[in-house]
Write a protein that binds this ligand. Structure first.
Ligand code: ADP
Ligand code: MG
Length: 610
């Protein structure tokens, strides 16, 4: 009498299943794609073992994937002769979540923000079987001789059971007891298979009839491939239902023999999941899968790529473990990275508007590249796009174009971090640039500033924050004499000793009375903001005091000059208010309520008859 073991699902799986069963009503068909994809993965793994000379149970079983439907019994069955699973593997693979991204997916699903269609990208595709099925039974036998067969079954609710099975062939058979007959209809299923799985590199039979043409698309020449074929292939490798944004199909012979078919997805799923994705480019050697999702193929900042790289130069018997450090892989990585950078650059030039859409989705990866990959920094920087004082609202410029517009007397590249274009243009830091007609890049994400800090230079020109620019307006007589301006500065400094470091007479202000400038040359106001945010509960504020620059041409400063002797108390209050206003303009004001008492007292004075 066979013994049946009962197991509970890991908590996360139970939650996932709860949602899959009760709340996902659209895109149900994707379960067909996911189960075929698993069968294909298992077959690819077997093919790899064959080439590496491992001993395999039933070595001659053909690597075909068969699907059969039975509308009387309301079942659909997926059978493969891939590597199968041992008892331990069944528990590990079909009862626990191994991938960290899956938990994030779960969170998103709960908040119903995630697209169920993406389930495969999160490494939990198997469970989509429960979208259409009320019971799933898995018959499986590992390729390892000496292993017996097992039957795993579950209703997706009360856990799963495992019992031994006699005499199973190698591989896996998944039988789904469907809730209704939709996916027990051959025509319906054939449609889904053709849609998502045409490029599975193994024959797929539906009720005994082959429905796909097996082809390694990347080995064919471009002229033999239609756009539709490319697109279907992408949907298969990218687990996506939308067409890709870009595709690159190229081959090279030197320095390495490479055939690659790469895609950029239309949407970044990192935005959806708030987690980092993994590269999903599969590495082949002469059409044999050497490593799925081969991390070493590309630097991490190109992790948005999907597709296939095939290189004949790889030794077939390369072990998956030593892959990571192989010199050959490093070389491959180098060649591919250069090629991809060139490709993106061409796409950007060819259709700037389309590139902007790409950049909105995947630009954060490129920025990460600028900050982390010294060896490709300049080339990646060419691919960055920013709004600027030159571009129209929500249009962007490249650094290259920025440089080409620089007037001769401009030596550096400037950027200004501000929450919006409007606030950048109203910023006191921008005044000198407007006067001099120097272009300023507008950064809207605080992280962008760190990217610029890392970039430091582009085309041999320093890249610096607008507030750090050593720029002066053209010399002209000011409303205040040099001497008076200095006296006003000294007066303000006395009033604010505790809060400012230096008070200087500014040469860059036009319309604002004053501006704060960080006293630390390596800091900017926005970096202060970020640091403050991170240090919320940290040690007492170690922050140094900022400098204040005053505008010797501004009416307030002119009046301050007479007021500091006529009514020093009032002038002192005004000085404090000017400083607070400058902090607000720099986005450094922490609690504006503190200044309200003073502001009210000033208003009162303003309203009382002289
Ligand atoms: P993923 O395929 O992304 O790993 P799934 O949820 O689709 O995630 O599958 C989980 C795991 O279950 C797979 O990684 C694999 O180890 C195992 N598995 C699923 N289907 C099969 C199969 N047909 N043959 C062998 N192993 C399988
Ligand atoms: Mg899968």
């Amino acid at each position: 009498m066979a013994t049946t073991e009962k197991h509970a699902f890991q908590a996360e799986i139970a939650q996932l299943l709860e949602i899959v069963i009760h709340s996902l009503y659209t895109d149900k068909e994707i379960f067909v794609r996911e189960l075929i994809s698993n069968a294909a993965d298992a077959s690819e793994k077997l093919k790899f073992l064959q080439t590496s000379g491992t001993e395999i149970f039933q070595p001659d079983a053909p690597l075909t994937i068969s699907v059969s439907t039975d509308d009387q019994a309301k079942t659909i069955t997926f059978t493969d002769s891939g590597i199968g699973m041992t008892h331990g593997e069944l528990i590990d693979n079909l009862g626990t979540i191994a991938h960290s991204g899956s938990k994030a997916f779960l969170e998103q699903l709960k908040a119903s923000k995630a697209d169920a269609n993406l389930i495969g990208q999160f490494g939990v595709g198997f469970y989509s079987a429960f979208m259409a099925g009320e019971k799933v039974t898995v018959f499986t036998r590992s390729y390892q001789s000496g292993e017996q067969g097992w039957i795993w079954s579950s209703d997706g609710q009360t856990g799963y059971e495992i019992e031994p099975a006699d005499d199973l062939p190698r591989g896996t058979k998944v039988v789904i007891q469907l809730r209704d007959t939709e996916f027990a209809q051959a025509t319906r299923v054939e449609h889904v298979i053709r849609h998502y799985s045409s490029f599975v590199p193994f024959p797929i039979e539906l009720n005994g009839k082959t429905v796909n043409t097996v082809q390694a698309l990347w080995t064919k020449s471009k002229s033999e491939i239609t756009d539709t074929e490319y697109e279907e292939f992408y949907k298969f490798v990218g687990h996506d239902s939308e067409p890709p944004k870009y595709r690159l199909h190229f081959s090279a012979d030197a320095p390495l023999a490479i055939r690659a078919l790469l895609f950029v997805p239309g949407k970044s799923f990192e935005h959806l999941s708030m987690t980092r994705g993994d590269s999903e480019v599969n590495l082949y050697c002469k059409k044999i899968l050497i490593q799925p999702k081969a991390k070493a193929l590309f630097p991490e900042w190109l992790r948005f790529l999907r597709g296939v790289v095939d290189s004949e130069d790889l030794p077939l018997n390369i072990s998956r473990e030593t892959m990571q450090d192989s010199a050959l892989l490093r070389k491959l990585n180098e060649v591919l990275t250069k090629r991809v950078l060139k490709w993106l650059d061409e796409e950007a030039k060819g259709d700037p508007a389309k590139y902007d859409e790409f950049f909105a989705q995947h630009g954060h990866c490129l920025k990460e590249g600028v900050a982390s990959d010294w060896s490709h920094r300049e080339a990646i920087a060419k691919l960055l796009r920013f709004e600027s004082s030159y571009t129209e609202k929500s249009k962007t410029t490249s650094l290259t174009d920025y440089v080409s517009r620089m007037p001769e007397e401009q030596k550096e590249i400037y950027y200004l971090l501000a929450p919006s274009r409007e606030s950048a243009e109203a910023s006191p830091y921008f005044e000198v640039f407007r006067e001099k007609k120097f272009e300023v890049l507008y950064l809207s994400d605080p992280r962008d500033e760190f990217v610029m800090e890392h970039l430091r230079e582009f085309d041999k020109k320093r890249v610096i924050a607008a507030e750090k620019a050593d720029l002066k307006l053209d010399e002209k007589p000011n409303a205040l004499s040099e001497e008076d301006a200095r006296l006003v500065a000294n007066f303000i400094k006395e009033q604010l000793t505790d809060r400012v470091d230096e008070v200087r007479v500014s040469k860059r202000l036009v319309g604002s009375p004053a501006v704060v400038v960080d006293s630390d040359p390596t800091m900017t106001a926005s970096m202060r903001r970020v640091i403050k945010m991170m240090n919320r509960e940290g040690t007492p504020d170690m922050q140094s005091k900022p400098n204040l620059e005053i505008n010797p041409d501004h009416p307030i400063m002119v009046k301050m000059n007479s007021m500091r002797t006529a009514d020093a108390a009032l002038a002192g209050e005004v000085a404090a208010q000017i400083f607070d206003n400058a902090l607000v303009a720099a986005g450094l004001m922490e609690d504006p309520r503190a200044m309200l008492t003073r502001l009210n007292s000033l208003l009162e004075k303003l309203l009382s008859p002289a």
